[in-house]
Design a protein around this ligand. Structure first.
Ligand code: FES
Length: 104
């Protein structure tokens, strides 16, 4: 019985933290195009990790920002290198267009 109460308390704390994170903008919903795959991500989480967790393949090469194999496009048209990018703060949602570069 004591064990059950402890587990219930831990679950309450987990839900409370999850709720607080979403309220203060620590959790962001990421939409990956063109397949329209959605994943929730934490601010500061590596974009490549979020994509992998969502089952979205972003091609990579050097993982150091040099080769541009991991280039993706944000909803505002900005081109970024996913290997250098983490989930930014201050947004509820982020759309990322994963297009394939025929040279890779
Ligand atoms: S993997 Fe080479 S620039 Fe990102």
């Amino acid at each position: 019985m004591h064990h059950f109460k402890l587990l219930a308390s831990l679950e309450c704390v987990r839900l409370l933290i999850q709720n607080l994170k979403s309220k203060i903008g620590m959790t962001i919903r990421i939409h990956f195009l063109p397949d329209n795959v959605t994943a929730d991500a934490e601010v500061g989480e590596a974009l490549l990790d979020v994509a992998e967790r969502a089952g979205v393949l972003i091609p990579t090469g050097c993982l150091m920002g040099s080769c541009h194999a991991c280039t993706v496009e944000l909803e505002d048209g900005e081109i970024i290198r996913a290997c250098l990018t983490s989930v930014p703060p201050g947004k509820d949602e982020l759309t990322i267009n994963v297009f394939s570069d025929p040279t890779w």
